[in-house]
Ligand binder design. Structure first.
Ligand code: SF4
Ligand code: SF4
Ligand code: SF4
Length: 310
């Protein structure tokens, strides 16, 4: 593929034709913030935090969707760019809980990181705020939609990677929310609890329930492992604190197939010092079940017992 030459922040760089300004900047170690962008999920350029200034263009342009051109001159931190990013952060923080001290995502949150980088301490606007109930009606995922910044990564990963499309945008305007059909809870949907949506969420809106309260993000080391439960070879992370495995989490889309619930529970049983008690949905409610039943082995065991009795 041919390369094109451009200038980013006064530096001469070369990037493959067809790549984006963001790709070119990242390849050079130049920081551009992103919320909705993920290289493994086709872009939508909805969050606009990655805007940059291109010489000769009237408006700021989203770097994640703008292809590099020969001779392009780009500024990623010009006064206009910084002002735009600050305004976006102020808009988000105007309707966002600021309980970072106790938030499970503290230390691994893009909103927190970018607010720090751009010196935004609080929302710059007053108005109505969301007051959604925190969803904890299933054993595996906590959803706090008050912290959702509507980046859509969970929607895209569920539809495109997981292939289930369990969640989507619901309502319009201020009421816009990510939700399963009919604004039901996740516990009342076709969710298979692969956890991939949790893995891509850039803030504390989605959390792994079994790991809640078990450690701060900076205390947890993540070790990539391949599931050996079936022949698919899904990728996931072992989360370790002080040498103890405190939970299993899904890998990012770049790590290949997401773990299925059976695989995640099986890996928890295999690796965790304190594995969760498995629960399966029976009718409308989750019920604690044996590991054999959770892992789909109950039928096999029942058959063996029957054969032994014959
Ligand atoms: S999601 Fe991020 S910004 Fe929001 S409370 Fe949690 S750590 Fe703070
Ligand atoms: S856990 Fe998996 S199936 Fe459920 S909403 Fe998230 S990505 Fe979709
Ligand atoms: S729940 Fe997380 S990933 Fe999904 S739209 Fe909200 S912030 Fe983005």
């Amino acid at each position: 593929m041919d390369n094109v030459n451009l200038t980013i922040n006064g530096r001469q760089v070369s990037a493959p034709a067809g790549s984006t300004i963001l790709d070119a900047a990242v390849a050079q170690g130049i920081f551009i913030p992103t919320f909705c962008h993920d290289p493994n999920l086709p872009g939508v350029a909805s969050c606009r935090i990655c805007v940059v200034e291109v010489k000769g263009q009237k408006n700021l342009t989203p770097s994640c969707m703008t292809a590099v051109r020969e001779g392009m001159v780009v500024e990623t931190e010009s006064p206009a760019v910084v002002e735009a990013r600050k305004t976006i952060l102020e808009l988000i923080l105007a309707n966002h809980p600021q309980d970072c001290l106790t938030c499970e995502k503290n230390g691994d949150c893009r909103l927190q990181d970018y607010a720090f980088i751009y010196g935004v301490k609080e929302g710059g606007f007053t108005g109505e705020r969301h007051n959604y109930a925190i969803e904890e009606d299933n054993p595996y995922i906590i959803r706090d939609m008050n912290k959702c910044i509507l980046c859509g990564k969970c929607v895209r990963t569920c539809a495109q990677v997981e292939g289930r499309a369990v969640i989507d945008y619901a309502f319009r305007g201020f009421r816009t929310k990510v939700a399963p059909p009919m604004n039901n809870t996740l516990g009342d949907s076709d969710c298979v609890y692969c956890g991939r949506c949790v893995a891509v969420c850039p803030v504390g809106a989605l959390l792994y329930k079994p790991m809640a309260g078990k450690g701060r993000t900076w205390e947890i080391a993540r070790e990539p492992v391949t599931c050996s439960f079936c022949e698919s070879g899904c990728q996931f992370y072992l989360n370790k604190k002080g040498g103890r495995v405190i939970g299993v989490s899904a890998g990012s889309p770049g790590l290949g197939r997401p773990l299925c619930l059976k695989g995640r529970l099986g890996m928890e049983l295999l690796y965790c010092d304190d594995p969760v008690t498995p629960q399966l949905k029976k009718g409308d409610v989750f019920q604690e079940v044996s590991w054999a039943e959770a892992l789909g082995l109950k039928g096999v065991i029942d058959k063996i017992k029957k054969l032994e009795g014959e």
